[in-house]
Ligand binder design. Structure first.
Ligand SMILES: *[C@@H]1O[C@H](CO)[C@@H](O)[C@H](O)[C@H]1NC(C)=O
Ligand SMILES: *[C@@H]1O[C@H](CO)[C@@H](O)[C@H](O)[C@H]1NC(C)=O
Ligand SMILES: *[C@@H]1O[C@H](CO)[C@@H](O)[C@H](O)[C@H]1NC(C)=O
Ligand SMILES: *[C@@H]1O[C@H](CO)[C@@H](O)[C@H](O)[C@H]1NC(C)=O
Ligand SMILES: *[C@@H]1O[C@H](CO)[C@@H](O)[C@H](O)[C@H]1NC(C)=O
Ligand SMILES: *[C@@H]1O[C@H](CO)[C@@H](O)[C@H](O)[C@H]1NC(C)=O
Ligand SMILES: *[C@@H]1O[C@H](CO)[C@@H](O)[C@H](O)[C@H]1NC(C)=O
Ligand SMILES: *[C@@H]1O[C@H](CO)[C@@H](O)[C@H](O)[C@H]1NC(C)=O
Ligand SMILES: *[C@@H]1O[C@H](CO)[C@@H](O)[C@H](O)[C@H]1NC(C)=O
Ligand SMILES: *[C@@H]1O[C@H](CO)[C@@H](O)[C@H](O)[C@H]1NC(C)=O
Ligand SMILES: *[C@@H]1O[C@H](CO)[C@@H](O)[C@H](O)[C@H]1NC(C)=O
Ligand SMILES: *[C@@H]1O[C@H](CO)[C@@H](O)[C@H](O)[C@H]1NC(C)=O
Length: 541
């Protein structure tokens, strides 16, 4: 009995005692925060599944209704380098032998038409050409580009030449001498052929190229497929910096992996829900961004998700992953990587939503919405603005379990004014509710429950906001880090089969106190957005 009461006293103390003071300095080094900064990448062989129900389009419309612009869509991935253009095909596309194991993916104009007309108006597209097949001077890739543009027109904004080209030696697609110099030569060959095509010259807004498309993380030699010199520093040093042709450079990042045994054993939800780990993963791109900045061309995360080789249910589809993707998009933007493309594959355990029911690992999964989409919906509120926002990490909100960002927009005389604050509590709190989701594997439903009461953090932020200003608070919440369902953004959730909104936003406000002090509470494992009301002009433009 004595032990029990001491325990409850202790947990009561934990609940009330956790206080966090944050200072938002007058000036912080900011970078652009784009309203379409959160984007998707769709594996070519899976496009038909994603457009065969209304779920994908409805969810993209949900985002556009908040940000004013549907998310950018990349159709690219491994199967991009297995794609062959066959205008005479009697079906729109054919994955050979099938979509789960694909060696060859044959496409026709009808395939571009199907997905090009499915997504909401205003969607920007990026398409990855086959760089692997070098026969007849990449005739296939050059024809793919013409076909894509003939159907998509000006909606086609960017073209990639090959996917994860630093894995080409390992895949047997290039000789062991494959390096930046050879890549630049081949890249220039194909892009010149495209740029000198009649359709390209006639286009009013011809697509640009997204170059690089590297997979290997620069600081982890043990996770590199082969020794090579592929990185943005070496690429720009080699002179691939044509601003008239290159709209952006891309690298891919998967913090964890199911691809090999060693990394499979390291997979963990605790590792995903940790800001220091995210910083370790993302900060390796700071020197890469510096090289891209020097070239005057932005570097983006062109394909990403929580764990490579399709993700890991129980980690990739939990609320912890939703908090991770919020922290990730903001951290990437704050170091100067303005787009993050989350990869989708219909049978991938990390996909944010699943368009159709399917059999997977002996279970029958339903179509539905997974936790990551709620991270995106929360981010839509963060990204929405009719002015160009900029973002900075807040140095005093930068520990392994607590992360914060200040978002500015041009105000009086175009001075940057504090517009929004975002805080993410990344403490792992494993609850007992919302543990299952019929669109995920039930075998991975969490059985771990945290002891005691869920901790509450009292946050006190010193800001440049005027005392008396009324602020809105929006919260990304769930029963715990381990939840796969019962996730909401201030009470709003989405019907899992249709994407229809369920519930109305529960308004919550806070008034700025003396000396710009903003005080509020947040639970362990929760994200909050705080925004100035008078600045909250959501005019769609
Ligand atoms: C899907 O959307 C289309 C176009 O908006 C509509 O005509 C159709 O009825 C929808 N299908 C279902 C099953 O809701
Ligand atoms: C398309 O052509 C292939 C042969 O290339 C044939 O096997 C198949 O039945 C045809 N499909 C349709 C729908 O006509
Ligand atoms: C796909 O093809 C592979 C290789 O031929 C085969 O092992 C697998 O059973 C096929 N899968 C489906 C769903 O047909
Ligand atoms: C698919 O494309 C490959 C490469 O161009 C070709 O060899 C094959 O015959 C095509 N198959 C079909 C069914 O179109
Ligand atoms: C062309 O492609 C083939 C097959 O993928 C590869 O073996 C060869 O090395 C490539 N040639 C060059 C110059 O990259
Ligand atoms: C592209 O490379 C081929 C040889 O693979 C060569 O014949 C052609 O002239 C090159 N074209 C350009 C534009 O560099
Ligand atoms: C850049 O290239 C050099 C060789 O030219 C190589 O030693 C170095 O590792 C490369 N940098 C990266 C980060 O790959
Ligand atoms: C991300 O960080 C974790 C923890 O430090 C590390 O185990 C993992 O290898 C990193 N992944 C990448 C791709 O940097
Ligand atoms: C978060 O990661 C950091 C750096 O790897 C580590 O030191 C810390 O113990 C982790 N925190 C938790 C709660 O696991
Ligand atoms: C699926 O069931 C079969 C037959 O019971 C079994 O051999 C196999 O290991 C199961 N696969 C998985 C992923 O659980
Ligand atoms: C956040 O903390 C990391 C160490 O974990 C440090 O390297 C980084 O500079 C810090 N960021 C800011 C903005 O203070
Ligand atoms: C939370 O639950 C997950 C499994 O869902 C487990 O891997 C993790 O270790 C748990 N973390 C804590 C801190 O209890």
């Amino acid at each position: 009995m004595v032990k029990l009461s001491r325990f409850s006293l202790l947990s009561a103390l934990v609940v009330t005692a956790s206080a966090t003071d944050v200072v938002v300095p007058k000036h912080l080094p900011t970078r652009e925060l784009l309203r379409d900064g959160y984007a998707y990448s769709l594996e070519p062989v899976w496009t038909q599944d994603y457009i065969s129900s209304n779920l994908t389009r409805n969810l993209m419309k949900v985002i556009a209704s908040i940000t004013g612009k549907p998310p950018t869509l990349r159709v690219g991935g491994n199967t991009g380098d297995q794609t062959y253009y066959h205008p005479e095909l009697n079906v729109s596309a054919a994955a050979l032998p099938n979509t789960t194991v694909t060696n060859t993916f044959n496409i026709s104009n009808a395939w571009f038409e199907q997905w090009g007309s499915y997504f909401p108006d205003g969607t920007d597209f990026l398409y990855t050409l086959n760089l692997k097949d070098n026969s007849s001077a990449w005739e296939n890739a050059v024809r793919e580009a013409g076909a894509a543009y003939s159907v998509l027109g000006d909606k086609l904004k960017l073209i990639e030449l090959g996917n994860e080209i630093d894995h080409f030696i390992n895949k047997g697609w290039r000789p062991p001498t494959w390096n930046v110099a050879m890549y630049v030569q081949q890249w220039r060959n194909i892009s010149s052929q495209i740029v000198s095509s009649s359709w390209y010259k006639a286009a009013s807004h011809p697509p640009k190229f997204q170059a690089a498309v590297f997979a290997d993380p620069p600081w982890l030699p043990d996770q590199q497929d082969e020794i090579d010199d592929f990185d943005i520093i070496n690429l720009t040093r080699a002179g691939l910096t044509e601003q008239d042709k290159i709209g952006s450079y891309a690298v891919h990042l998967y913090p964890q992996s199911t691809c090999d045994t060693a990394r499979w054993y390291r997979l963990s939800l605790n590792l995903l829900s940790n800001h220091s780990v995210l910083w370790h993963n993302v900060s390796q791109y700071v020197p890469q961004v510096a090289a891209a900045d020097k070239a005057g061309i932005p570097l983006v995360f062109g394909e990403t998700n929580s764990a490579s080789c399709s993700g890991r249910s129980g980690i990739s589809d939990t609320f912890g992953a939703a908090l991770w993707n919020v922290d990730y998009v903001l951290l990437a933007a704050s170091i100067g990587m303005p787009h993050v493309y989350f990869h989708l594959g219909a049978n991938a355990e990390y996909s944010s939503f699943v368009p159709l029911p399917y059999q997977h690992k002996n279970e029958s999964l339903e179509a539905g919405i997974r936790s990551l989409f709620y991270g995106h919906y929360f981010m839509a509120h963060v990204l929405a603005s009719n002015k160009q926002q900029r973002v900075a990490q807040i140095p005093t909100a930068n520990s392994s379990d607590f992360s914060g960002y200040a978002i500015y927009s041009p105000g009086h005389r175009h001075h940057e004014e504090l517009h929004k604050l975002v805080f993410i509590d990344l403490q792992v709190w494993n609850g007992t509710q919302g543990l299952s989701n019929p669109s995920t594997l039930s075998i991975t439903d969490s059985t771990s429950h945290s002891a005691g009461l869920r901790p509450v953090r009292k946050v006190s932020v010193s800001t440049s906001w005027k005392a008396g200003t009324c602020l809105d608070i929006i919260r990304l919440q769930a029963p715990g880090t381990n939840a796969k369902s019962e996730i909401s953004v201030s009470g709003v959730s989405f019907e899992s089969q249709t994407g229809d909104q369920v519930g109305e936003p529960q308004g919550e406000t806070v008034i700025v106190g003396e000396q710009g002090r903003v005080c509020f509470e947040m639970q362990a494992a929760e994200a909050v957005l705080i925004e100035g009301k008078q600045l909250n002009d959501r005019t769609v433009y």
